[in-house]
Design a protein around this ligand. Structure first.
Ligand code: SF4
Length: 212
């Protein structure tokens, strides 16, 4: 995609949704981190249903440790892979208490050392909790970046590195949410809705759908 088209692409997304927000519910950086860990291979809606009650009783690492793994499992048992996720949440809470005074570190390397936390989760936390211009490449962003020609790449990391280069500086803060929401609701995996897509003029996809 040409530089001028990339600028116009983000202008259109910004006009449509000036202050985009993620759909995971949280009350502080810690609960955001836990929600993101729980959301792997699960829907945000499903995670929110479980975490509303959980975060009412455990919104800090220490409270999570006090709750204990067994009771944590009862709150999140509707979420896929909940046994592994419960173990990770307990282990990362312990690490936060023991090594970070119970705070979520604003530091990629420290975040990635937490159990169950990879590059994508660290990017989400840095972006949403700390306002850093990181872009976490999930399945939606990977698809949209490749399909439109915005940031083609064979792996999520390759796409992330290209996005870092091509997304205009003043759009980096919100790029993550714009691209996720665009992929989730318009440029969908099975059938992109090109006929109602605001960035269609700038998209290089060769098999665009048409109305009717
Ligand atoms: S025109 Fe179609 S393929 Fe291109 S971004 Fe829009 S929905 Fe996706």
């Amino acid at each position: 995609m040409r530089k001028a088209d990339i600028a116009a692409f983000f202008d259109r997304l910004a006009e449509t949704n000036p202050a985009p927000k993620g759909e995971l519910e949280f009350v502080n950086p810690y609960t955001l981190l836990v929600a993101v860990v729980l959301s792997a291979q699960a829907t945000d809606t499903g995670v929110n249903k479980a975490t509303r009650a959980l975060f009412a009783v455990a919104d800090t690492p220490q409270k999570m440790l006090d709750l204990g793994e067994e009771r944590l499992r009862t709150y999140i048992k509707t979420i896929g892979l909940f046994n592994t996720k419960a173990k990770n949440v307990m282990a990362l809470s312990r690490q936060l208490v023991e090594q970070h005074d119970g705070q979520v570190p604003r530091d990629r390397a420290a975040l990635e050392k937490l159990p169950g936390v990879g590059r994508k989760t660290a990017n989400v936390v840095l972006n949403i909790a700390f306002g850093e211009p990181t872009i976490a490449v999930d399945t939606h962003i990977f698809r949209v970046s490749n399909r439109t020609g915005l940031a083609p790449g064979k792996t999520p990391l390759e796409v992330e590195k290209t996005l870092e280069k091509v997304v205009p500086e003043d759009r980096k803060q919100h790029a993550h949410h714009w691209l996720i929401l665009h992929g989730r609701y318009v440029c969908k995996a099975r059938r992109p809705e090109c006929e109602r897509c605001v960035v269609e003029p700038y998209c290089s996809y060769t098999a665009k759908t048409t109305a009717g």
